[in-house]
Design a protein around this ligand. Structure first.
Ligand SMILES: [Zn+2]
Length: 489
């Protein structure tokens, strides 16, 4: 048995002011066959990593293709996408004949000329391997679960957790289902229900937690092979942006239809109930300053680099400085130039620095202040579950009672190391502001005495009615009052 595995992935915010080129992939994941590290999967590479570990034991040969992944930002350069795609397709052709293909994709990648990159990749892979080969795909729940990909792939499994702490487990699911189909043990059939809604669904909140736990309990019983909940990725102007439910059963299409409909209808009934409470900037700061427990962790989801934002919006930071907040940490602010200036100034230096507020109108204005350099470290990392996420060179600066971590490799707040690398202890702080939607909860949730979500004026508004969609299929909640959810495949 011969399986081929590869990755091409990013999460594209088509409204982001940061275009994505090959340079962004080179900074993140740019690995040729055999170069993938053994110790840990990287962004969206878990199918290859899992298959490599199991190949010998399970009696199949793994042919490794390239792995390309970039941090979320704007639309990918067309020629660069085609270069990466064609490299992988060339490797697949050279590997033929194969019995199966494992694709580690994100699911919300857009390139100039390609609204549905993953659909394009799967279609071209299918054309090479033929109808009998089994194509298994792992996607992020913040994906566009398009009809094209559901029709052309045999197995699609989405992560269930948000924060995404189950990337490896879901890759195991993909591999298990692909192997079982190849061994003739199962006959996967798929149903897809379109909920016609845009929303955010952290699984750390009780309603969504219970919903996901019930899906997990249904899998592996009574012919139910897999249930995936497509959250959607709200910051892309593509037609098929919507929440969708994907059910795979063993040979029973009616059952898949019935279950997808039941789950889909329940998901529709959860509209407006799955998001946390969002505070205004001053309101949230006020609540945190008056808190008698510490640390209070405050999220700034509107400037989450994980959703393609620059992560240099200064609005919350400026108000904290103006309101003379004490023992407060803020991070990360992506500003490689300011990091460079801090290294030039040196540890302990006090100097006038302009930082943040640079990339676009949604970044706010830069902050000009006399800062003290309190921490410097080159080539930093933070952990997120089993993966290590590079931060680049980092500097910690202090303005009054507010400590700010400046980073040079744009990413969201994920691990405590974001602060610890540069000598700051988030456990000992009164307030900790993290730029992240919900992934921060994996590491910061356990140390937080209170968590507040603040809706700043960063580019990822939590009010989806404010997003200037032009190509999105309508009607859809919450943009339209009346919608028509239903089974579409
Ligand atoms: Zn995601």
């Amino acid at each position: 048995m011969r399986l081929f595995a590869a990755t091409i992935a990013t999460e594209t915010n088509t409204f982001s002011p940061l275009p994505t080129s090959l340079a962004a992939y080179r900074e993140s994941v740019f690995l040729r066959p055999g170069e993938h590290p053994d110790d840990t999967p990287l962004m969206c590479t878990a199918p290859l990593w899992v298959a490599r570990r199991r190949a010998k034991k399970e009696g199949f040969t793994l042919i490794e293709g390239s792995c390309f992944a970039a941090s979320p930002a704007g639309t990918t350069n067309r020629a660069d996408y085609e270069f990466m795609r064609d490299e992988i397709l060339g490797q697949l052709k050279a590997a033929m004949p194969v019995d199966g293909v494992l694709l580690g994709l994100h699911g919300a990648m857009v390139a100039h000329g390609y609204d549905d990159v993953e659909g394009d990749v799967i279609e071209r892979v299918r054309a090479i391997v033929g109808p009998k080969a089994v194509i298994g795909v792992e996607l992020d729940p913040h994906c566009h679960l398009t009809l094209k990909r559901v029709k052309l792939a045999d197995i699609i499994v989405l992560y269930k957790e948000f924060p995404h702490t189950d990337v490896v487990e879901r890759a195991e699911d993909v591999l298990n289902l692909v192997l079982r189909k190849l061994r003739g043990e199962i006959n996967p059939v798929t149903s897809l229900y379109d909920c016609r809604q845009i929303q955010s669904y952290p699984t750390t909140l009780p309603l969504m937690r219970a919903f996901v736990d019930r899906m997990i309990a249904m899998e592996g019983k009574n012919g139910v092979l897999s249930i995936s909940i497509g959250h959607c990725f709200p910051y892309a102007d593509v037609p098929e942006l919507t929440g969708r439910i994907l059910v795979i059963t063993d040979g029973d299409k009616k059952k898949a239809d019935r279950l997808a409909t039941e789950i889909g209808e329940e998901f529709v009934s959860m509209r407006g109930k799955t998001m946390p409470q969002y505070y205004g900037v001053d309101e949230g700061i006020g609540v945190a300053m008056e808190s008698n427990v510490a640390p209070v962790v405050m999220a700034d989801p509107a400037d989450n680099a994980g959703g393609g934002a620059p992560s240099d919006n200064t609005t919350i930071l400026r108000r904290l400085i103006e309101r003379r907040a004490e023992e407060t940490l803020v991070g990360p602010i992506w500003d490689p130039i300011a990091v460079r200036l801090c290294f030039d100034a040196g540890p302990g230096a006090e100097f006038a620095l302009r930082f943040g507020g640079k990339i676009g109108p949604t970044s706010g204005q830069p902050i000009d202040a006399t800062v003290k350099v309190v921490g410097l470290k080159r080539d930093c990392r933070q952990s997120f579950g089993p993966t290590q996420v590079p931060l680049g060179d980092c500097a910690a600066i202090k303005v009054g009672g507010v400590n700010v971590v400046l980073i040079s490799n744009r990413t969201q707040a994920l691990g405590l190391e974001l602060f610890e690398n540069v000598g700051l202890d988030p456990r000992a702080a009164k307030m900790v502001v993290v730029k992240s939607t919900n992934h921060f909860m994996a590491a910061f949730g356990p140390i937080a005495k209170k968590v507040l979500y603040i809706d700043s004026d960063g580019p990822l508004s939590r009010d989806y009615r404010q997003i200037p969609y032009r190509r999105l299929q309508r009607p859809i909640y919450p943009l339209d009052d009346k919608t028509s959810p239903g089974l579409i495949a």
